[in-house]
Design a protein around this ligand. Structure first.
Ligand SMILES: Nc1ncnc2c1ncn2[C@@H]1O[C@H](COP(=O)(O)OP(=O)(O)OP(=O)(O)O)[C@@H](O)[C@H]1O
Ligand SMILES: [Mg+2]
Length: 333
């Protein structure tokens, strides 16, 4: 049995009254002692996923099992204990307290947990030595480099000896010399009894990872044949937040493009008739669909992979009309 199993994880947000779904049935597994890199472009849901693993965000649906614990159903004291003792989180911004020294920052969570001062101090100095900051224990964050601050943040994440360490873009603000030190440290932390998960768009991390998980699988530019779709009135073509690799041309009938609001309502953007097309931006830019599409009458469509669409309708390049208020382009080829 895997140490960590994430299954069908789905998160929906209310974003200005409309539903966004950065995670849609996402899943992966990891074993004890591994160094796992989760990669994906900006905005694809990396921080969201990490927040779920950390017990800071409850997903809309899906499961996160770490050892024998189902994280998504934890509440109250059990959730508090999980956040405190099971996970250690290194945030995207270091989140250090600027008025406290390196020592003070690492010691704070120990003192908050009721560890006596002398024991907390001994543990703090041990951790700061582990991350290579024995010479800097009394320094304020503002007097340390980005890499040093990041290492303080890592030491702080380790105070309760968590078996699961999560790091969000730990190299984002560092120069290449600092990156090396932080990477080596994170890599060394992954050892029996401790699983380390790093989300990043930094390629250097993927080279040293035991396992690389792509949060957003890229569409392989496919040269498959266009598809014919025959739809009954009311039938969906795709939903807002879905990923898909086809651009659709309406051959017969009408397709309604509409937004799904977070209050459950819908808002019609446009109706596309024979000869028109829709759904171009998502597959072109590898983004989720920004609106939903359904047949408002019986309809027949041709679904083209992006390349085939461009070959068939070269004049549409650069003329995508997006006056609908959504990213979803629609027009006439
Ligand atoms: N609390 C929230 N409310 C509404 N939308 C949110 C919220 N948090 C994140 N989002 C949206 O969810 C999507 C994923 O965001 P997330 O921060 O997880 O991306 P990311 O992969 O960490 O990006 P980056 O690499 O830039 O840090 C984005 O479109 C973002 O706007
Ligand atoms: Mg992020």
């Amino acid at each position: 049995m895997a140490e960590l199993a994430v299954t069908d994880l789905t998160v929906e947000f209310d974003s200005g009254g409309y539903v966004t779904r950065p995670l849609d049935h996402f899943g992966f597994e990891a074993d004890d002692g591994e160094f796992v890199a989760v990669v994906g472009p900006s905005g694809c849901g990396k921080t969201t996923m990490l927040s779920c693993l950390a017990g800071l965000l409850t997903p809309t649906s899906g499961s996160i099992r770490f050892r024998d614990t189902e994280v998504t159903t934890l509440a109250g004291e059990a959730l508090g204990a999980y956040r405190r003792a099971t996970v250690g989180v290194v945030f995207q911004a270091f989140n250090l307290i600027s008025s406290l020294s390196a020592r003070g920052n690492v010691m704070a969570p120990l003192r908050l947990a009721g560890v006596p001062r002398r024991r907390a101090l001994a543990r703090t100095e041990e951790l700061l030595t582990l991350v290579g900051l024995e010479e800097r224990m009394g320094h304020l964050p503002g007097r340390m480099s980005g890499g040093q601050q990041q290492r303080v943040a890592i030491a702080r994440a380790l105070v309760h000896e968590p078996p699961l360490v999560l790091a969000d873009e730990p190299t984002a603000h560092l120069d290449h010399i600092q990156v090396e030190g932080v990477l080596r440290l994170l890599r060394e932390l992954a050892a029996p009894g401790r699983l380390v998960i790093v989300v990043t768009h930094d390629d250097r991390i993927t080279h040293i990872a035991d396992r690389v998980i792509e949060l957003v699988p890229k569409f392989a530019p496919s040269d498959r044949e266009p598809e014919q779709l025959v739809l009954a009135a009311g039938q969906l073509v795709f939903r807002q937040g879905d990923r898909g690799d086809l651009v659709y041309v309406v051959e017969e009938g009408e397709i309604e493009i509409y937004l799904e609001r977070s209050d459950g309502g819908t808002e019609r953007l446009t109706v596309i008739g024979p000869g028109g097309y829709f759904g171009e931006l998502g597959p072109t830019l590898n983004l989720p669909r920004s609106a939903s599409a359904r047949a408002s009458t019986a309809a027949r469509l041709t679904g083209y992979p992006v390349r085939a669409f461009r070959r068939r309708f070269p004049s549409t390049v650069g003329h995508a009309r997006s006056g609908t208020g959504a990213d979803l382009s629609a027009g006439t080829p």
